[in-house]
Structures are given as C-alpha cells and as structure tokens.
Design a protein around this ligand. Structure first.
Ligand SMILES: NC(=O)C1=CN([C@@H]2O[C@H](COP(=O)(O)OP(=O)(O)OC[C@H]3O[C@@H](n4cnc5c(N)ncnc54)[C@H](OP(=O)(O)O)[C@@H]3O)[C@@H](O)[C@H]2O)[C@@H](O)CC1
Ligand SMILES: Nc1ncnc2c1ncn2[C@@H]1O[C@H](COP(=O)(O)OP(=O)(O)O)[C@@H](O)[C@H]1O
Ligand SMILES: [K+]
Length: 528
C-alpha cells in the first residue's frame, strides 16, 4: 500500500466502512488489537504462547506452566486508542501474561467501543488510574503497551501521561497506531520529553502508514513499524488519498528505446566561476547517468580550463552572462536546465536565473538560485509550471518564511500542520513543483498532488547527508526532465532513485559515488 493517510482521512474510511454495514466499530477494534498482539508475537517469537502468534483458539485452556511467564503494563487513554489497549490487555492475559492496566481519563466517558472493551477487561482484571502508575511498575522491565493516544492526539500531553511515558524509558514499549507523544499527522513531538522517552521498539499501525510515521521525528520514535490489515482496503479505493509513498512509477520510460542522443534530451547545467564548478559537475554527471542524451555545463570563460580538465562525456561551453546564455538557448534541443549548484549570488547569477525562467523551459532551481529567488520577488513571480524547486529546510525557510514559521510552531490544537501541508502550500504559491528535502523528502505540485520519499526504516540512508548529494539530486531531476518526464514525476523518481543509489553504495558514500550506482539500480529495476 503506497497511500499515506492523515487522521481525518483514516476517520473518513472508518466511518464509510461502518456505514456500509460490512463491519462494526467494535469488530475493527478487535481486529486492531489482534493485529497488535500478532505483530508482537511475530516480532518476538520467544514471547509467543505455545500455539504461536495467531490469536488463541477460544476453547483453549491455559496450562499452569503457561501462566505468568511474561508481564505487560497497558497504558490506555480516553479514546479508541485506549479501546485497542483493552483488547490487547485481554489477549495477552489469554496468552497467560500477567497484565496491569492503567487508564488516563474517566471510564464513564470512554467512546462506546472502547467502553465495551473496558467492560470486557474488567471481567478479567482491574483498571487503575494513570496517576497510580508509579515507578515500581518498571522493575523487571515489563512490556509496555502505549495505548494512550493515537490519531486523536494533537496538543501537548497532560503531565501525568508525559511523566509515566518518560518513566518507561528502559522498558520495551509497543506503540498502538502511533507513539502517544507524536502527532500522527506531522511526526512532531507533542510535548518536550526531557531526557527523552526513547524510541518505541515497535509501532503497529492499521491499514496504511500515517504521515507521522515518516516525517520529522516520527521514524526515530516509532522503532520498527508494522502496518496491519484490518480489512479496510475496499474503502481506501473509494477514498481519494492525495499523499503516497514516492516511487519510480514511470520506470518503463527509463529504458532507452530507439532514437539518437537528442531524442533523449539535452540538459544544460549552469555553473559558478573559478573553483566553484564542482557542484555543477556533480549535477551534470547525475543528469548524464540518468539518461539525458546530452549534457552541457556552462561556466564563465575564466573557468573553462578548470572544468575541461574534469569533464569528458559532459560537454562544456562558456556562459559569461545572461545575453550569452540567451544565444545558447536558441538551440531548441536544450530542453532542461539546472541552475543553482555552486552558482554564486551576484548580478550575473541573478540575471541568469531570470533568463532560465523567461525561457519557459523545464528547469531545476536549487541552492544559490533559491536564495536569489528569495531575495527578489520579481524573479519569484517568473516561476512557472515546468520548474522544480529543491530546497532543504534552510532554503525553504528563506523562500517561504511564513510557511516555515507555521510548520515549526508547536501544535496546540488540530488538525496539525505538517511538512506535507507546507510543501503543498509552497508549491501552490510558487506555481511549480516543490521538493522539500530531508530524510523525509516531500514533493508537491501546485494542485497538491503529493508524495513522500522517506529514506527511513528499511530505506534509511543517512550517508546521504554528505556535501554535494543535493547537487546530484538536482542533476538526476534535470536529466529526467530532459528525457520528457513531467516535473512531479521527475522530482519523485529522481528522489527515489537518489535514495536507492545511496542504499546500493552504503556507508562511506560521497556525492561522486551516487551517479555511479545508477546503472546497477536501473538494471535491478528493469529486472523487476
Ligand atoms: N480509524 C480507524 O479506522 C480505527 C481506529 N482505531 C483506533 O482508534 C484510534 C483513534 O481513536 P480516537 O479518534 O478516539 O482518538 P485517540 O487517539 O484515542 O484520542 C482521542 C482522545 O484523546 C483525547 N486527547 C487527545 N489528545 C489529548 C491530550 N493531549 N491531552 C488530553 N487528552 C487528549 C481526546 O480528547 P478531546 O480532544 O476530545 O478533548 C479524546 O478523548 C486510532 O489511533 C486507533 O488506535 C482502531 O480501533 C480501529 C480502526
Ligand atoms: N539523514 C538523511 N537521510 C536521507 N537522506 C538525507 C539525509 N540527509 C540529507 N539527505 C538527502 O541528501 C540531500 C542533501 O541535499 P543538500 O542539503 O542540498 O546538500 P548539498 O547542498 O550538500 O548537496 C537531499 O536530497 C536530502 O534529502
Ligand atoms: K499510542
């Protein structure tokens, strides 16, 4: 499943499922709780009862030696996340575990399905107030089930909850749906956790990933992430989910069919002056490796010799000023431009950004070009739908300071504002695709079509935090634009391939290595 659903979208699907008569809320809660318990036993088979990870057969009577082998503390909250917690408590108890349950909130005010499961648990054990969950509980490091808040949390946690969660730091903690201190829409911490609460060992979510699992502090707090199917697939189809996981979705187009080099486009990368050409050369190498038929670097005359000693398959020409570049652009075969890496911030560079934008050609604007756009509203107004902006967080804040402020403000009420919302708003304002970089790269077009290239969990590639890797990404996207990819597809596929290249190389990666992984990555894609 490549959809990523917000809390509101998830609620809409749940409501549609219940309204269809196919399933009740109580049944969904039971499936959720069972999914959590199965996931725990699959993850740690040594904790599983003798019958394995599947839920216990109803007719099964526990043998004495199956009782009390393991201990769990279940922390329940006032909503349906707490309801899932009561189901998990019951199922662990049925598997022979010693289970203690604590509730934050008033049992009388629980929503109906949660209240039903609260009542079922009361037939088996007690429920104590969260305030009674004191430090002796954590001796022996029981398994902690975090069922305090799920998709319903969007403001700072009450102190009682925060203190209890912080005290579990040395215990294995399983988060139901989302760690309670995290916003499922944004991945941001809802409360500061002094000294930290540590990551959950496992987070078990339902139906699809939520943005908060992928963005910001989400991945480092979720531990392992498991998505459990609770039978909502049919309803997901009816629901238009606008955010999905990035993929290389037009990979068929990456293979080169017939045609000569110019059938695959001609990418032109503008460079800075003497001793500033490395970034543009990295971008050019990326554009060529990703399959642009021809790639040219344009630099000031004074930097030609320096660049010539470093380039072979990439062509080189002098571009002293915007007028010279206008002349070069008379060659209609040049169909994708890249400006910004190592460019500089002077008048020549600002004029070149203007020429790039006035040409109407597909263009990637990165690094210094973004700073120039931030400085000059007139330039910014020239952005058009064939452009791709590739800011990292600092450049984003320079270009869209008000949006960045809103993104970084602590959440006090829902719905929370996420990196997805920020990228969408920025793309709408700019009138072009914005690729907002990070381990959680978010790509949006002006209509809000959005994807997340998450270099997290199994795709974690921290080696990408190396000088020049962004320049290579700009080159990848430019190369794909030259090959005729639409801006959103070029950005999404470029980001996805960028991560794949980093994964292929692994630790020790430097920017130069990235384009060199492309042949193997593309070969593997073709084979699959
Ligand atoms: N959708 C689905 O398909 C399915 C969903 N399922 C499960 O339901 C979960 C969602 O349940 P939910 O909507 O009841 O929200 P939940 O996270 O329990 O919290 C709401 C409660 O917490 C309170 N509250 C929030 N923040 C607070 C704070 N900081 N401090 C204090 N209070 C705070 C809030 O209070 P209020 O804001 O209303 O004042 C309200 O009482 C979901 O994550 C999943 O586990 C599954 O059962 C199966 C299918
Ligand atoms: N920890 C990380 N995990 C995955 N990708 C990362 C990480 N840090 C940075 N990246 C990626 O590396 C690239 C860095 O780009 P940028 O910040 O522009 O660097 P530079 O200017 O040095 O080229 C971006 O594509 C970003 O998404
Ligand atoms: K939770």
């Amino acid at each position: 499943m490549t959809e990523v659903l917000t809390a509101a979208q998830m609620r809409a699907i749940e409501t549609a499922a219940i309204a269809s008569g196919d399933v009740t809320g109580l049944e969904l809660m039971e499936r959720a709780g069972r999914g959590v318990v199965s996931a725990i036993f699959e993850e740690w088979p040594e904790l599983a009862p003798s019958w394995g990870p599947a839920p216990k057969p109803p007719e099964y009577f526990l043998q004495d030696d199956e009782k009390g082998k393991h201990r769990a503390v279940v922390l329940c909250g006032p909503g349906n996340n707490g309801g899932d917690g009561f189901v998990v408590a019951r199922l662990l108890f049925a598997a022979g575990w010693d289970v203690e349950v604590f509730l934050y909130g008033d049992a009388d005010k629980l929503p109906p399905d949660a209240k039903a499961n609260y009542a079922r648990w009361l037939e088996l054990g007690r429920v104590c107030a969260m305030s009674a969950c004191t430090s002796e509980r954590w001796v022996g490091q029981p398994l902690v089930i975090d069922a305090v808040f799920g998709i319903g949390a969007c403001r700072p946690l009450p102190d009682t909850v925060r203190n209890v969660l912080m005290a579990t730091v040395n215990c294995p903690r399983i988060a139901i749906d989302v760690p309670s201190m995290l916003s499922s829409d944004t991945g941001m911490m809802l409360s500061p956790m002094w000294g930290g609460v540590g990551a959950a060992r496992l987070t078990v979510t339902f139906h699809t990933r939520k943005p908060g699992h992928l963005l910001e502090a989400g991945p480092e707090n979720c531990g392992k992430l498991r998505v459990v199917d609770i039978g909502l697939g049919r309803f997901a189809v009816a629901h238009q989910a606008h955010v999905r996981l990035a993929q290389c979705h037009t990979i068929g187009a990456l293979g080169k069919g017939n045609g000569h080099k110019y059938s695959h486009g001609h990418a032109f990368i503008l460079s800075g002056g003497i001793a500033k050409g490395g970034a543009a050369r990295l971008a050019a190498r990326g554009a060529l490796r990703i399959g642009a038929g021809a790639v040219t670097v344009g630099c000031p005359e004074a930097a030609l010799v320096e660049n010539a000693t470093q380039l072979n398959a990439v062509m080189l020409t002098s571009v002293d000023d915007a007028a010279a570049f206008e002349g070069i652009l008379e060659d209609a075969r040049i169909n994708a431009l890249c400006i910004g890496p190592g460019l500089g911030l002077g008048a020549r560079e600002a004029a070149l950004v203007g020429t790039v934008l006035e040409s109407g050609r597909a263009a990637v604007l990165d690094a210094d070009a973004l700073t120039l756009l931030a400085r000059d509203a007139g330039l910014f107004a020239k952005l058009h739908k064939s452009c791709v902006l590739t800011p990292h967080a600092g450049e984003f804040a320079r270009l869209f300071p008000d949006i960045a402020d809103r993104l970084n403000a602590p959440a006090t009420k829902g719905p929370a504002y996420s990196k997805v919302d920020a990228a969408r708003e920025a793309a709408k304002r700019a009138g072009c695709v914005v690729l907002f970089k990070g381990p959680d790269t978010v790509i949006s077009d002006p209509k809000g079509r959005c994807s997340i290239n998450a270099s997290v969990y199994a795709r974690a590639a921290p080696w990408l935090a190396t000088a020049g890797s962004g320049d290579v990404l700009a080159g990848f996207i430019t190369g794909l634009l030259a090959r005729g990819f639409a801006p959103q597809q070029a950005a999404e596929s470029g980001a996805w391939l960028h991560t794949e290249c980093a994964l292929k190389f692994g630790p020790g990666l430097i920017a130069e290595d990235l384009p060199e992984q492309l042949p193997a990555v593309l070969r593997a894609l073709e084979a699959s």
